[in-house]
Design a protein around this ligand. Structure first.
Ligand SMILES: Cc1ncc(COP(=O)(O)O)c(C=O)c1O
Length: 412
């Protein structure tokens, strides 16, 4: 069955459409932290962050379907819900980030944020790390390491060594790379519009970094007249347990924040949050409109997701479950020369190489536990479950990992 589906995908979607795992999973249903495949087998979802408050959460389903059955238009008509959500979101953000621009994907949010910084500063240069992924538009691809644009990376984009590179693991070392990028952009006449960073460095493999790590780098960007964009598409909305936003945990004050994946619990809604100056500069320059971005249904999804997050105390639960799970994992992995990293419900096991991480990922899949991989070399096993993941689920994951490690020989 899975084999024939794989063939159909190749025939109908073309080559290179990725799937997870050596044996791809054919999922047909989800509820909470659980997924079921076409044969009725249940999997513990320890990977998916988009169903933030749980797969098919009844409150989000009711809000989306109720709104869909009532009205779904766009922001050229007046509607309360996009304003209600903007009020609640900005009340939870601070730093003068008081206005919201709605889009559908994290890529669009980052594309807008980069152009907003260019419009606000009058400069064009963009800085990101050399192991970042920020999305898939043409401009965002310029600041994404893994896929060089056709024709080469444009001169206005500079990628700086991420903290896993020699010399970049300290605040000053990282800032030295940023200063070099600033100097090069200025020398070539681009100037600096923005540095875009996931404050958790999610795609860089989220090394444990001290609060304040990005301070000297942000200061260098600001001294050049540039803005700081915090890409919260992965770590935002309380996943880290200690804070609602990763930039607050990192002690980074952003000028622009981008949101996506978990915002609508699977309904495609994303946003750019900024102060009045950058927002006005962007609107003035681009007169932006997104057909689907600011619909009443998108707002209903986002409102319900935020309400569930708070009503069910999921941020505090992420903190407690994450602490317990991190300890359990740390006790299991030393024979593998792996290390545990991360906080809240965003944890990783950094293996010596991608092959080792992949063997464990596939072993867990065989045990009915779904995880993923990330980092520059895909050597970090990524544990980033829906937020209702609790101590019992953490036990199930740790027990499965113990079994996988026991039957898989560590690298010699
Ligand atoms: C940090 C980060 N930013 C942006 C994106 C792009 O989001 P989307 O896939 O919704 O366009 C991703 C997607 O993985 C991401 O990890």
């Amino acid at each position: 069955m899975t084999g024939s589906l794989t063939d159909r995908r190749a025939r109908l979607l073309g080559p290179g459409v990725p799937t997870f795992y050596a044996a791809p999973v054919h999922i047909v249903r989800g509820a909470g932290v659980w997924l079921w495949d076409a044969d009725g087998r249940r999997y513990l979802d320890a990977y998916n962050n988009v169903p933030h408050v749980g797969h098919a959460h009844p409150k989000v389903v009711a809000a989306v379907s109720g709104q869909l059955a009532t009205l779904n238009t766009h922001s050229r008509y007046l509607h309360d819900a996009i304003l209600d959500y903007a009020e609640r979101l900005t009340a939870r953000m601070g730093h003068g980030l008081s206005q919201v621009l709605y889009v559908c994907t994290g890529s669009e949010a980052n594309d807008v944020a980069l152009r907003m910084a260019q419009a606000a500063t009058g400069q064009t240069g963009l800085i990101a790390t050399d192991a970042a992924y920020h999305g898939n538009t043409a401009l965002v691809s310029a600041v994404t390491a893994s896929r060089t644009p056709i024709g080469g990376r444009p001169g206005l984009a500079r990628l700086v060594p991420a903290p896993d590179r020699p010399g970049a693991a300290t605040p000053e070392g990282f800032a030295a790379g940023v200063r070099a990028a600033v100097a090069a952009l200025q020398a070539e006449g681009h100037g600096v519009a923005a540095m875009i960073l996931c404050p958790y460095l999610a795609n860089e493999g989220f090394p444990d970094l001290p609060a304040g790590f990005f301070g000297p780098a942000a200061a260098a960007v600001r001294a050049a007249g540039g803005l700081v964009i915090a890409d919260e598409v992965q770590p935002g909305f309380g996943r880290l347990g200690s804070h609602l936003w990763a930039h607050d945990r990192a002690g980074l004050v952003p000028d622009i924040v981008t949101l996506g994946k978990p915002m609508g619990n699977g309904y495609p809604v994303a946003a750019v949050v900024a102060g009045t100056g950058p927002m006005a500069a962007f609107r003035d320059r681009f007169r932006y409109f997104s057909t689907f971005g600011a619909s009443p249904v998108a707002a209903a999804a986002a409102l319900a997701t935020l309400e569930v997050l708070e009503e069910e105390g999921l941020q505090a639960r992420a903190a407690a479950t994450g602490r317990m799970l991190r300890e359990r994992l740390a006790a299991l992995v030393p024979p593998w020369r792996a290390t545990v990293r991360g906080t809240g419900l965003f944890l990783g096991l950094a293996f010596p190489d991608a092959a080792a991480a992949r063997a464990i990922e596939d072993g867990l899949r065989a045990e009915g536990v779904l995880t993923g991989r990330t980092g520059r070399d895909d050597a970090v096993l990524k544990i980033r479950p829906p937020m209702p993941f609790d101590a019992g689920h953490a036990d199930t994951l740790a027990a499965a990992l113990a079994r996988v490690l026991a039957r898989t020989p560590p690298p010699s």
